[in-house]
Design a protein around this ligand. Structure first.
Ligand code: AMP
Ligand code: MG
Length: 391
């Protein structure tokens, strides 16, 4: 069996991008930019008032000022400010020529002759200078950026309504097992509900990936083979759960060989998920993850996502947090790297949660993340720093 790091390296080495396509910026969440985005204007595009008030010359602040114009946002000033003059100005409006300061309306008084007077000693300029945020032609988002909600206003601001992104792989999902029924069915006394397919489909949806759910394959070589063929015809990546351990009904490795998929590993020194299998041909990628739902979850999160990201044009760079343990952690066996579900308390300390092993999917619903137990380590002490990935 290979180490988990070796598994990630073998998987990601097979990645290749699938080309690029143009999408509407509003449909681009989770996609990776295949071009630099440059600004088509200065930002702000003019010297802009940041306050409602009066634009004037700072040297005239002690004097009574005549109002020569009103400048609402969206209107360009018609007049230049002269000695002892001002213009009433709204937040976001262009500052008129001749003015270097906007005094806040709250710091002024209107006099009986219609002029105004500044009631304080000093004023900040309250002006955003043209191009102080961005210059025309600046790169505002670089190629390789993975797009999230915070990037959408940047596209909007520079008018980049069509953007070039890397193509996404399509992913087919298969569950296997004679014991499985779909969630809308009442299981009989030997059945359980299929949870893995829905977990994987949801995790893919979070990445804005198109999916194709093939269904539950029976534990026969024929059925498993038929389902894998259907998946290969409809997707770039195939995720199959169950039937990869060394049980009597586990045909997957044989079937893969029949379809010309070269198996790059079967078995990883990791917990949960040690029977994970990975194979590839020149066009397809295949993952078989153990049926236990936490195994499927962990392998998707830590092994499969890095491949999907790389195919989509970006190295997987989700961060591990280095956090202190709130209690001792001990395990009997250390032959594998393991991922333990944990919670993070409000002081940032890591605590254990009730967890009965890789079938216990409900434990994840209140976990904040997974903590890494490196291979060879049986004991971690309170206050020691550990790697944590939030989920
Ligand atoms: P397997 O890897 O097929 O040997 O399955 C390991 C365990 O996971 C068994 O207890 C299965 O019943 C369970 N299991 C397999 N597939 C699923 C699934 N899609 N949803 C929930 N549990 C599953
Ligand atoms: Mg099974």
């Amino acid at each position: 069996m290979i180490s988990f790091e070796e598994a990630i390296s073998r998987v990601t080495q097979t990645a290749r991008v699938l080309g690029t396509e143009s999408v509407d910026f509003q449909q681009s969440l989770g996609r990776v930019l295949a071009q630099d985005i440059r600004s088509d204007m200065d930002m702000p595009p003019f010297d802009k008032s940041t306050m409602d008030g009066y634009a004037c010359k700072s040297e005239d602040l002690p004097n009574h000022l005549e109002i020569i114009e009103i400048i609402p946002a969206g209107h360009f000033p018609k007049k230049e400010i002269g000695k002892n003059q001002c213009a009433k100005i709204m937040t976001g409006a262009p500052v008129p020529l001749g003015a270097d300061t906007v005094i806040m309306v709250e710091h002024t008084e209107i006099l009986s002759d219609g002029k105004i007077r500044f009631t304080k000693e000093k004023s900040k300029p309250n002006i955003s200078k043209r191009a102080e945020d961005v210059h025309f032609g600046d790169i505002v988002l670089a190629k390789g950026t993975r797009i999230s909600a915070k990037h959408i206003p940047v596209f909007a601001g520079v008018g980049a309504t069509k953007i070039e992104v890397f193509k996404r792989p399509t992913v087919a999902v298969i569950s296997t097992g004679d014991e499985l029924v779909e969630p809308n069915i009442q299981p009989n006394n030997s059945q359980i509900r299929n949870t893995n397919a829905y977990q994987l489909l949801a995790a893919l949806a979070e990445l804005n990936i198109e999916t194709n759910y093939i269904g539950i394959a029976k534990d026969t070589k024929q059925c498993t083979s038929d389902f894998i063929l259907k998946a290969l015809q409809s997707a770039d990546i195939i995720l199959l759960s169950g039937a990869v351990s060394k049980g009597d009904y586990d045909f997957v490795p044989e079937v893969l060989k029949d379809f010309g998929i070269e198996i790059l590993f079967h078995g990883i020194q990791v917990k949960p998920g040690q029977h994970t299998i990975f194979g590839t041909s020149d066009k397809k990628w295949f993952f078989g993850v153990p049926g236990n739902p936490v195994s499927a979850f962990v392998q998707f999160e830590f092994l499969i996502k890095p491949l999907i990201f790389k195919i989509m044009g970006r190295n997987y760079d989700e961060k591990y947090l280095r956090l202190p343990l709130g209690e001792d952690f001990v395990r009997r066996e250390a032959s594998r790297k393991s991922f333990e579900p944990i919670i993070i308390n409000s002081e940032g300390y890591v605590h254990r949660i009730p967890y009965n092993g890789s079938a216990h999917i409900n434990a994840l619903s209140y976990a904040d993340g997974f903590m890494v137990f490196e291979k060879g380590i049986t004991q971690l002490s309170k206050n020691q720093l550990v790697d944590v990935r939030q989920i």
